[in-house]
Design a protein. Structure first.
Length: 341
């Protein structure tokens, strides 16, 4: 028995080394994801293994690689809207394990792909604290995914996330720009790296730094009513309005399809709160796109060193503050509460 376990571990390590070789070389993301979904499909004996990605710039999903799904299903699935349960799952960053779909039917229905399943294991894919999609495994058997299966999936979810991050950074390098061509905002992965550098500087010099995260309220309804093009134009104009209202050294990036993230170097929480309220008023007074849309936003604020001392911790703190704002019916701006590493 011990030898069988050792052989299985050895095979896993060999396969993982091959994938890491591909990742460190010039292999395209498609090949790496194909190999990972195939390994998970075979090693866990599952019904479906799929990498589902959030399309950059909108709230739609696409299956970028899979085993156990038909080509036609993947084609029809492209640009699928993110339902509320999946959106909440992506934000929370925690794995989802459904051991018996019959006992948890509403949740299971939200994650079903081509084939009905009895058990399912999903892992959010994150790059620099930003959700970019999720890894999906399902089976026709109840209680199918053992702790070892889950650990293997967790390992490969991390590798998938790094693969997506590398692809994004290479795309930015190819265009030789640190800014998104459509919105003019700093590309998020570059923004995150600069946030890390700004925190190191603030720590050395004993300064404050605040981070604010802005979410467009009911963005999914705007997508349904006006379509992708209008919503992209909305975000472009929103970012332009915010940039014109900020200092030249404040950094701004698009965090998700409907979210904007901003660093305020040197700003205490009190100063950040005052700045945020001015931005909120400016947003409310504007009309966006040729449709003259009047939008509302929810905002989360976090500060260094009160809420976190790392870039990841500060982003998490602002995300959790934003969640509180979105849950509240009478409060659109929320300060983070806890301390995050």
């Amino acid at each position: 028995m011990a030898k069988k376990v050792f052989d299985s571990l050895t095979n896993c390590m060999v396969e993982t080394i091959r994938i890491l070789d591909d990742l460190s070389g010039k292999q395209q993301m498609e090949r790496i994801l194909h190999n990972i979904t195939q390994i998970l499909y075979e090693k866990t004996s599952c019904q479906t293994s799929a990498v589902i990605r959030l399309q950059p710039g909108n709230e739609r999903l696409e299956i970028v690689n899979s085993h156990g799904l038909s080509w036609q299903f993947c084609k029809n699935y492209r640009r699928k809207d993110v339902n509320s349960k999946v959106r909440e799952f992506l934000w929370q960053e925690n794995p989802l394990l459904i051991s018996d779909a019959d006992r948890n039917d509403p949740v299971a229905a939200a994650y079903q792909l081509e084939h009905p399943f009895r058990s399912c294991y999903c892992l959010p894919l994150m790059t620099n604290k930003q959700p970019v999609g999720y890894l999906h495994l399902d089976s026709q058997n109840t209680n199918h995914f053992s702790p070892d299966d889950q650990l293997l999936a967790q390992l490969y979810a991390k590798i998938i996330s790094v693969t997506i991050l590398k692809t994004n950074l290479l795309a930015a390098l190819e265009h030789r720009s640190d800014r998104d061509r459509e919105t003019g905002a700093i590309i998020y992965d570059i923004f995150y790296n600069r946030l890390d550098e700004s925190l190191a500087k603030a720590n050395r010099q004993g300064e404050k730094l605040s981070l604010i995260l802005i979410d467009v309220v009911k963005f999914d309804q705007l997508l349904t009513s006006f379509g992708d093009q209008t919503c992209r134009e909305l975000m472009k104009e929103l970012i332009a309005v915010l940039r014109n209202s900020l200092r030249t050294y404040d950094a701004i990036s698009q965090f998700g399809a409907d979210e904007v993230i901003i660093t305020l170097p040197g700003h205490s929480l009190e100063e950040a709160d005052g700045c945020t309220r001015k931005l909120y008023d400016i947003i409310k007074k504007n009309r966006f796109t040729e449709k003259k849309l009047n939008i509302d936003v929810s905002i989360g604020i976090a500060g260094f060193p009160e809420h976190a001392v790392t870039a990841g911790g500060l982003v998490t703190a602002s995300k959790n503050a934003l969640v509180e704002s979105k849950r509240s019916s009478d409060k659109r701006i929320t300060l983070a509460g806890n301390f995050y590493q």
